[in-house]
Design a protein around this ligand. Structure first.
Ligand SMILES: Cc1cc2nc3c(=O)[nH]c(=O)nc-3n(C[C@H](O)[C@H](O)[C@H](O)COP(=O)(O)O)c2cc1C
Length: 201
C-alpha cells in the first residue's frame, strides 16, 4: 500500500508542519509506506503557462503535458491513498495547492477523458482521499458561517470528486489558541492510519 502526502506550507516553524510530522509518525507507527510531495520545498510551478492553457482551455490534446505534471501523474498512479495537508488561507487552500490542481488535473487525465481517443491514460480511482487543513477560526464558527460547508463542497465534492472512492475532510480549527486544540488535533490525526488500513486494504 502506498500513501502520497501532498503538503503545502512555506514554513517548517508552522503548526501545519507540526501536523505533517504527526501524520508521518502515525503512518510510521502503522507501518504504512508513504511519500511526501512538499510543494514549496519542490518549488512546484503552479502558474499555468499559455501553452498549458491552450491544452486545457481549448482541449488541444495534441499539445504535450509538461514533465513536472507527468511526474505528479505517476505519483497519483502509484497511490492507494492521498493525504492533502495545508492551512486554510482565505477560506480555501493556499494558491500553490490550487495551482497544483489547475496543472496536475489536466484535461484527458483527471477530467474529460474521451475513450474513443484511446491514447490518454485517465486517472485511476483512488480508494481513499483525506484532506487535513488547519484553520485559525474554531470549527464551530466555520460551520456557523457556512465556510466549512463551502470548503467541503469545493475540496471533497469537486476536487476529489469521483476520483476517490472514500473521502473526507478534517478541519483542525482553532489554531489561534494552539495550546487549547493541539491534543485534540493529535488524537484526530492518529485515527487516520487506522482509516487508511480499513479503506485501502
Ligand atoms: C494569508 C492567511 C490567510 C488566512 N485565512 C484564514 C481563513 O480564511 N480562515 C481561517 O480560519 N484561518 C485563516 N488563516 C489562519 C490559518 O489558517 C492558520 O494560521 C493556520 O491554520 C495555522 O497556522 P500555521 O501557519 O502556523 O500552520 C489565515 C492565515 C494566513 C497567513
Amino acid at each position: 500500500m502506498k500513501i502520497q502526502i501532498i503538503y503545502c506550507h512555506p514554513s517548517q516553524k508552522s503548526y501545519t508542519y507540526e501536523i505533517l510530522e504527526q501524520v508521518k509518525s502515525t503512518l510510521v507507527k502503522e507501518e504504512l509506506e508513504f511519500e511526501v510531495s512538499d510543494l514549496y520545498a519542490m518549488n512546484f510551478q503552479t502558474d499555468m503557462s499559455e501553452e498549458e492553457y491552450e491544452r486545457e482551455g481549448l482541449v488541444n490534446l495534441d499539445l504535450s503535458i509538461p514533465h513536472d505534471v507527468k511526474e505528479e501523474h505517476q505519483k497519483i498512479e502509484a497511490a492507494d491513498c492521498i493525504i492533502f495537508i495545508y492551512p486554510v488561507w482565505w477560506s480555501d487552500c493556499p494558491a500553490k495547492l490550487k495551482g497544483w490542481f489547475d496543472r496536475v488535473y489536466s484535461v484527458g487525465y483527471a477530467y474529460g477523458y474521451d475513450e474513443q481517443a484511446g491514447t490518454i491514460q485517465p486517472m485511476k480511482t483512488i480508494p481513499y482521499g483525506v484532506v487535513i487543513c488547519t484553520a485559525g477560526h474554531p470549527n464551530e464558527f466555520l460551520d456557523e458561517i457556512g465556510i466549512a460547508e463551502s470548503m467541503r463542497n469545493v475540496m471533497i465534492d469537486d476536487r476529489l470528486g469521483k476520483r476517490f472512492t472514500k473521502k473526507e475532510m478534517i478541519i483542525l480549527g482553532g489554531t489561534l489558541n494552539k495550546e487549547d486544540v493541539r491534543l485534540r488535533h493529535i488524537e484526530t490525526v492518529k485515527e487516520v492510519g487506522e482509516k487508511i488500513k480499513t479503506y485501502c486494504s
